[in-house]
Write a protein that binds this ligand. Structure first.
Ligand code: ATP
Length: 680
């Protein structure tokens, strides 16, 4: 006797239980259903059969046959793996097989009288059924068999099974007289079936024929493999979402929380239990819910600022709708932590500044200019480079003083040693001294353990470029003078002099002589620095250099932005020549950069139409709108003018906001407000 486990206690399960009740060779040992109150479960209880809700728990050696009446592809897939250890029978086949076995007597009679083909009841069965007589001639071929094999009943009946279905194994069943349950078979038309073959043998051991019952599993197999694929994709997606460092949140079509990842919890402080099933607004402390917005508009949003979680973290979110088969299923949001981005940006700026201060990139070949003034400046600088003397570069902002400093260092015999740039205006007066000369451990509160090297010590045997030297405080000037005279430094908080060998290149856009007269700059330091004075001419005095400068700058922008602009038209050069260039070459770089950004990718030459209206240019400027106000309102024109004035004054003071605010006659607070307003 064989023991049976029936999975599924719905209608199919009940039928199986009824049929098996009267069979001696099979005994139902356990019935399984997710629902412990299913009808079949109650029936099993009456019969004293064991019941369970999870079939996997009851797999053991005493079970021989598992009948699956769930119709669930997942169960089918899992049972497939157990084929080696158990006989697995899909429910509907089991029903027919059991029924036919019970009706064996009737079948034998009919086969003897060759009347089986008239029995129409087989046609109501959903599974394929073929009955052959002892010679292998088809006597019954039901409607389902017709559908599955693609062979019509009239064609099949009366023909040898081997001829009609060469892949059939019913002839073997007649020979071997063995029952085979649940075997896979492929019909000539490619349909995959699961089939059970049983010989029809009477008590005298005489074989009258055989029958096969089969179920089309092509779709189930396909479905099962799709489920496996889907499961793999789901696992992969989960792994991706969980490993992402960006916080991710997914909501359903009603805006209820569905999925979050650990990065989300780290950022917002909210866990799955706080979020799942809750409205999408649950994590927002400031701002509108972008999930709801996207669910309403069905359009993605990018770069929206808001604050999230109890910690009110500043974030930027991108949210996109999830649309499957044209149906909105929810939306997914990726949340970037702004505080992290901000601190990274600050780090990057610091690193860039540091790199810039530690390398001399340019040589005299990079300095474009064939005008007489420029040739003189370059000649002087080249001569100066070969001497150890201090060089003082004077010129307006943006004329190329830093470029000259790099070139001088690279032309000198110190070029293999360090070039250190110090912007004296960018470092506060209190810090400048310790930055220049370094400090000893414990020199002041907040001083690093072990002290710190100053820029002079770092630049030893190389060059130090003291940019904006005109901004240096008198007390620091005194210390610098000492370095120039004694060629040694004393660290802040120290007493021991350290000898140094550094070439000083200083630069300023101020008239130092006037600063000396006003008492802002030490006369003795001025003379020390002014050993080799070099005046760099402003761009307005050397407009003949414009074409060559433009070419060089376009080449650089092409490299930096991956563009292929070939040059600039003569008309555009003429236009640029009529401007007086208060911001010098830096301003030219900005204007060309902006022009290139706004050029179409198929345009090769910068023309006047790409250039902005240069501020002091007259009415002959060749634009479409020649009217003075260009259709703008008075407040717009006032704002435009205000923005221009602030830009100019700031440039004049090398970015020094305190001085700029002073000259503009506004408070520093007010200046900050306006800088933010105009995104300057
Ligand atoms: N003669 C030149 N040839 C090519 N590029 C130049 C020339 N002069 C200046 N530039 C470019 O113009 C920009 C401004 O130059 P630089 O920073 O050297 O000016 P600066 O006089 O030091 O300005 P600031 O006084 O504001 O610090 C740089 O990008 C530089 O490469």
């Amino acid at each position: 006797m064989q023991n049976v486990m029936v999975i599924g206690a719905g209608r199919g399960g009940q039928a199986i239980l009824h049929l098996l009740k009267e069979m001696e060779s099979l005994k139902v040992q356990i019935v399984i259903d997710k629902d412990p109150n299913a009808k079949g479960m109650q029936l099993a209880e009456k019969e004293g059969i064991e019941r369970g809700t999870d079939w996997k728990k009851y797999l053991n050696d005493s079970i021989d046959i598992i009948i699956d009446v769930t119709g669930d592809p997942t169960v089918y897939t899992q049972l497939e793996k157990l084929k080696k250890d158990y006989t697995i029978i899909p429910g509907s086949i089991a029903l027919i097989v059991v029924q036919l076995m019970k009706e064996k007597e009737m079948l034998i009679q009919k086969l003897k009288n060759k009347t089986v083909r008239d029995d129409l009841i087989f046609n109501s069965i959903h599974d394929g059924m073929i009955i052959v007589d002892k010679n292998g001639t088809i006597t019954t071929f039901n409607k389902a068999a017709e559908k599955i094999t693609g062979i019509s009943t009239t064609d099949a009946v009366g023909k040898p099974v081997q001829k009609m279905i060469p892949t059939s194994k019913l002839i073997d069943t007649l020979k071997t007289r063995k029952t085979e349950i649940n075997k896979e078979l492929i019909f000539p038309n490619g349909k995959k079936v699961i089939t059970t073959r049983i010989p029809i043998i009477d008590e005298k051991n005489q074989c009258h024929g055989a029958f096969a019952v089969f179920k089309d599993i092509t779709e189930v197999v396909q479905l099962a493999s799709e489920i496996t694929n889907l499961k793999e994709i789901q696992t992969m997606l989960e792994a991706i979402i969980y490993s992402s460092n960006d916080a991710i949140s997914v909501v359903d079509e009603n805006g209820r929380g569905l999925l979050i990842n650990p990065a989300y919890t780290r950022l917002t402080g909210l866990t799955e239990s706080d979020v799942y099933g809750q409205p999408a607004t649950i994590d927002i402390s400031e701002g509108e819910s972008m999930h709801y917005h996207v669910l309403k508009t069905k359009k993605p949003v990018r770069g929206v600022k808001m604050k999230v979680g109890p910690k009110k973290r500043e974030v930027i979110v991108n949210v996109a709708p999830i649309i499957v088969d044209n149906q909105l299923k929810g939306s997914v949001g990726v949340i970037h932590d702004m505080s992290e981005i901000k601190s990274l940006m600050a780090e990057l700026e610091k690193a860039k500044e540091r790199i810039r201060s530690l390398e001399a990139k340019y040589t005299f070949d990079d300095i474009i200019g064939h005008s007489e003034e420029m040739m003189i400046a370059k000649e002087q600088a080249k001569i100066g480079a070969k001497t150890p003397a201090t060089v003082l570069l004077q010129g307006e902002s943006g004329t190329g003083k830093e470029l000259f400093a790099h070139a001088i260092h690279n032309e000198s015999d110190r070029k293999y040693n360090k070039f250190v740039r110090v912007n004296c205006a960018a470092i506060s007066d209190t810090l400048l001294e310790s930055e220049l000369f370094g400090y000893e451990e414990g020199a002041f509160s907040g001083a690093k353990r072990g002290g710190k090297k100053g820029f002079f010590e770092e630049a030893n045997n190389g060059s130090i470029f003291l940019d904006e030297i005109g901004e240096m405080q008198l007390s620091t000037q005194a210390k610098l003078l000492r370095v120039l005279q004694e060629k040694e430094i004393i660290k802040v908080g120290g007493t021991k002099p350290i000898p140094i060998n550094v070439r000083i290149i200083a630069a300023t856009n101020k008239n130092l002589e006037k600063e000396v007269a006003k008492g802002n700059f030490r006369e003795d330091l001025y003379y020390r620095l002014n050993r080799i004075p070099i005046h760099i001419p402003p761009l307005r005095d050397r407009k003949e250099d414009l074409p060559a400068l433009c070419d060089k700058i376009i080449e650089k922008i092409n490299r930096d932005y991956g563009r292929k602009v070939k040059g600039i038209t003569k008309a555009a050069i003429d236009y640029l020549s009529s401007y007086h260039w208060p911001g010098n070459v830096r301003e030219l770089e900005n204007i060309l950069g902006r022009a290139i950004i706004f050029m179409e990718y198929n345009e090769s030459y910068i023309d006047t139409s790409h250039l902005p209206r240069l501020n002091d240019f007259d009415q002959s400027y060749p634009t479409k709108e020649n009217s003075f106000h260009q259709g703008k309102s008075l407040p717009e024109l006032v704002e435009e003018y205000e923005k221009r004035v602030i830009t100019e004054i700031l440039k004049k003071h090398g970015g020094n906001k305190t001085r700029a605010a002073e000259e503009l006659g506004v408070s520093i607070r007010n200046l900050y407000y306006k800088l933010e307003k105009y995104s300057l």
